[in-house]
Write a protein that binds this ligand. Structure first.
Ligand code: SF4
Length: 278
């Protein structure tokens, strides 16, 4: 049933039951990513999914849809999938999934609301950056304005989501500006959690070639720590938002709620900046 041996899921879902829905990446064009480079995109058949559900503990409460972007299967299939989950796992209170901005485009607010009522309770979305030039450079496939529009649609549908951003992505000398623009984008909507990842120049990625050809210069450690501080200084959530740098790629592990714990978090990151130099 699985298209590859590697299964990618958010660390918050470490103890969640995993249900493969797609393998490979339907887009597969982000410059920094080589996760699914040699894998063809395919959808797991509903008969395979049903078989897996029949073999899952009936009392499962949380489920994560495995795939780079399961929302890409569209409304009809998502609704059918959630109904199937409910049928076999009647106690499942929360289905979560990755989702790309490009896929949320396909759904109306009403459809998103129907999916929420059918059990879809959390999305993880890779916004990466609030700068259009960097989104374009990285071939992410959406613009800042499109990201804001789709995020607001989710807010309107009351479908909660976590926002994943990537520091270091703008390259040397661009990090402060990137953090300000990214915070400005995130401030335009409501998100449960601001999750940071640190840019890793992956083996086999197009970005790796650009670094080798001196077409892209990655920022240093100190600049990246300053980028994290700049996020903290500029994020102004309208309601409490978790700030989470605990993903394994991160340079430092911090966790807290904004705006209440802003001062404590800034103090922590300042200490890290003082300790580390380039
Ligand atoms: S970052 Fe996500 S959308 Fe982009 S190529 Fe990788 S898996 Fe696909």
């Amino acid at each position: 049933m699985y298209g590859s041996d590697a299964i990618h899921y958010p660390q918050d879902e470490m103890n969640t039951v995993l249900l493969p829905v797609t393998s490979g990446c339907i887009y597969n064009k982000c410059l920094f990513c080589s996760m699914y480079k040699d894998e063809e995109y395919s959808e797991v058949s509903f008969s395979d999914i049903e078989m897996q559900l029949m073999n899952t503990d009936t009392y499962t409460e949380k489920l994560f849809l495995v795939g780079s972007d399961p929302m890409s299967i569209g409304f009809e299939k998502m609704k059918q999938l959630l109904d199937m989950i409910h049928l076999h796992l009647p106690y499942c209170a929360r289905v979560a999934s990755y989702a790309a901005i490009r896929s949320i485009f396909k759904y109306s607010v009403e459809e998103l609301s129907i999916l929420h009522d059918a059990g879809l309770r959390l999305l993880y979305i890779g916004f990466e950056t609030g700068r259009d030039d960097i989104l374009k450079l990285m071939n992410k496939g959406h613009t800042v304005e499109q990201a804001i529009q789709q995020a607001r649609k989710l807010n309107e549908a009351n479908l909660p989501f976590n926002s994943i951003v990537m520091y270091g992505i703008a390259g040397e000398g661009e990090s402060v500006n990137n953090a300000i623009a990214t915070a400005k984008m995130i401030n335009q909507f409501t998100t449960e959690k601001f999750i940071t990842m640190n840019l890793v120049v992956m083996e086999g990625s197009r970005l790796r070639e650009m670094v080798q050809n001196h077409e892209y210069i990655p920022s240093g450690r100190r600049e990246r720590l300053i980028e994290i501080r700049t996020f903290l200084e500029n994020l102004e959530p309208k309601q409490p938002m978790l700030f989470d740098t605990t993903h394994p790629t991160n340079l430092v592990r911090m966790f807290g709620t904004l705006p209440d714990e802003r001062r404590r978090l800034i103090r922590e990151i300042r200490n890290h900046i003082e300790v580390h130099s380039n």
